[in-house]
Design a protein around this ligand. Structure first.
Ligand code: DON
Length: 580
């Protein structure tokens, strides 16, 4: 299926997020991105896309919880206060840095994969129509698109193994339960995003009766949103532990809802779900260590691949002019060409990860970069093995001991499939569209894939989510990550290089306009704010420049000599850096 980046991103149905313009004009008429204001703390910092949840994280830190405890509480709270992406019906990834502790245990980096899985009955052809062509309704808009949710298992695993031990899971769930039961005032991005999702939610009475007012209209700013069923589901997890979600009544209600919507999920699929700890993917960039999410996310591997390519250029000296940006675009193109071919669920396919993240491979890719744009059609995935020797929401947390958490999780589209499993309050994802429906086909984000990412029993669809921690001298320098589908990896890349190469304070690094290239289509998407002369120079090098609205939200923390600087991305209304 061929589509432009513009139509693909518009398909995100994201309301304020991710609407792209297709007109190839250089002068953008889109509104400017406001400036983030960094806030400084010394003991605690939480940066999230929704302010009530961010403050809950700070409260947990204040009560003696560590960064993992706070992240778990924020994760459950966002499932209530930020239903377009915060969830217990979706999945995601958590990257943790545990500082060396007082008992002399060494520092540790951990990746928790709580990505959704395909049901047992999934097949490689499940998203094709009768004529053998990809059917986006099946992969995005039916019960078939729903992956077995991983969030509850992932957050519980994080708490169990890496929490402080001072606060129980029930204590971390308590604020979310209270908010769901007593309600909270609809504001900011929730009010902004509901109108665009209303038609989708209205198709399911179980969703409309909760997320729409009087069953029909979107809740508006100031209205009180109460989610009683969700409160009960969260309470069951608090009382009986995470298995209460994967077994018994909740599991039955979820499987029933999915099957009624045309899906194939069973209670056994839920019962057998497990979050997995995986070795982090690790790279270096100008003396810093990059710690990020390995497959089934493509994020960490391609972040490191692009950084490796860029390390060969003197970016600081070049500044953010057309020559530097040209190298960024060319690095992005090459990494995304590799992504299409090599990446998938590491438990099902062999990924040449060591080759992809090797400096030698980057050197070979760099050698193919000239002063002019390489047309996408001339670029094919490289041969990294030869060098073998790497609607969503993101939050970042750091505590007084220097433990840090970078967490990105998602329902895929804004409000996922739009289906609340009746009687549970759980809004379900449509994550399985991240599989490749057919070799050479693209998903909703225009990401092309091949055999490595076809659906199959219990497989995890390839992701772009890139929760990342940059270490300097073994300690966190930057905690970062973003929503934004295919644009996530390049957004994180630009914030990392803005801090390290262009030496911007983190708030500037987060606010600065970003561009995005993903090999196919040929378009390079540019947010408002780039110098038109620079864009004209890029066009003269052969790049197809397409203005786009912001579609990412890189909520970050930088550790500086002055303390922890939190920068909430101003691209999301209501995002907050909170700390002290
Ligand atoms: O896992 C992925 O890469 C996608 N499902 C993420 C979707 C997303 O970021 C949508 N947000 N704006």
């Amino acid at each position: 299926m061929k589509r432009t980046a513009a139509t693909a991103l518009a398909l995100l149905l994201g309301g304020s997020l991710a609407l792209a313009q297709s007109a190839p004009q250089l002068a953008s008429t889109l509104p400017a991105i406001p400036q983030a204001s960094g806030i400084v703390g010394h003991y605690a910092m939480v940066v999230a896309q929704e302010r009530i949840a961010a403050r809950i994280g700070v409260e947990i830190l204040d009560r003696g919880g560590n960064a993992v405890d706070a992240a778990v509480a924020v994760g459950f709270a966002l499932a209530v206060t930020y239903p377009r992406a915060g969830n217990i019906g979706g999945g995601g990834f958590m990257v943790i840095h545990l500082a060396k502790d007082a008992r002399g245990n060494p520092a540790q980096d951990i990746a928790i994969d709580y990505r959704e899985t395909a049901p047992e009955a999934a097949t490689p052809t499940m998203f094709l129509d009768a004529g053998g062509l990809p059917d986006p309704i099946k992969s995005r808009d039916s019960g078939l698109s729903v992956g077995v949710p991983g969030t509850v298992a992932g957050l519980a695993l994080a708490h169990d193994k890496y929490g402080s031990g001072k606060l129980s899971l029930a204590e971390l769930l308590a604020p979310a339960i209270r908010l769901a039961k007593q309600g909270f005032a609809v504001r900011d991005d929730l009010a902004d995003s509901l109108p665009a999702a209303a038609a989708k939610l209205a198709r399911f009475p179980s969703s409309a009766s909760i997320l729409l007012k009087d069953g029909g209209k979107p809740w508006q700013s100031g209205d009180r949103l109460i989610q009683a069923d969700l409160a009960d589901t969260l309470k069951a997890i608090a009382d009986k532990g995470p298995r209460a979600f994967y077994e018994g009544l909740t599991a039955k209600l979820i499987a029933d809802a999915v099957r009624k919507a045309g899906g194939i999920m069973t209670v056994e699929d839920l019962q057998s779900y497990r979050a997995i700890e995986r070795p982090v993917v690790r790279g270096t960039y100008r003396g810093r260590t990059i710690v990020s999410m390995p497959p089934p996310s493509s994020g960490g591997v391609h972040l490191i691949e692009m950084l490796n390519i860029l390390e060969g250029y003197d970016l600081r000296h070049l500044g953010r002019g057309d020559e530097a940006l040209h190298y960024f675009i060319e690095a992005m193109k090459r990494a995304y060409a590799d992504r299409a071919v090599f990446m998938g669920d590491p438990d099902a396919v062999k990924i040449p990860q060591a080759g992809l993240i090797s400096k030698k491979y980057a050197e070979a890719l760099r050698a193919g970069i000239t002063a002019k744009a390489t047309p996408a059609a001339e670029l094919h995935a490289g041969k990294p093995a030869e060098y073998e020797g790497p609607n969503t929401t993101h939050f970042s947390v750091i505590d007084r001991d220097g433990n840090a958490v970078s967490n990105t999780y998602t329902l895929n589209f804004s409000y996922g499939l739009g289906l609340i499993a009746d009687g549970t309050g759980v809004l379900l994802n449509n994550e399985l569209d991240d599989f490749t429906a057919k070799a050479g086909a693209s998903n909703a984000y225009g990401l092309v894939g091949f055999a490595a990412n076809l659906p199959g029993p219990h497989k995890r669809p390839l992701s772009s989510m890139t929760p990342t921690i940059v270490l300097q001298d073994g300690k966190p320098l930057l905690v970062t990550g973003s929503p934004g589908g295919s644009r996530i990896i390049t957004a994180v890349l630009q914030v990392v290089t803005n801090v390290i190469d262009f030496q911007m304070p983190v708030d500037d690094a987060v606010s600065a306009p970003r561009l995005h290239q993903q090999w196919q289509p040929e378009d390079t998407l540019v947010e408002p704010g780039f110098d038109p002369a620079v864009l004209a120079a890029l066009a003269a090098r052969g790049h197809r420049i397409v203005p786009t609205r912001p579609g990412t939200s890189v909520n970050s923390i930088e550790v500086t000599a002055d303390g922890y600087v939190g920068a909430a991305d101003p691209r999301t209304r209501g995002s907050l850096a909170a700390g002290y």
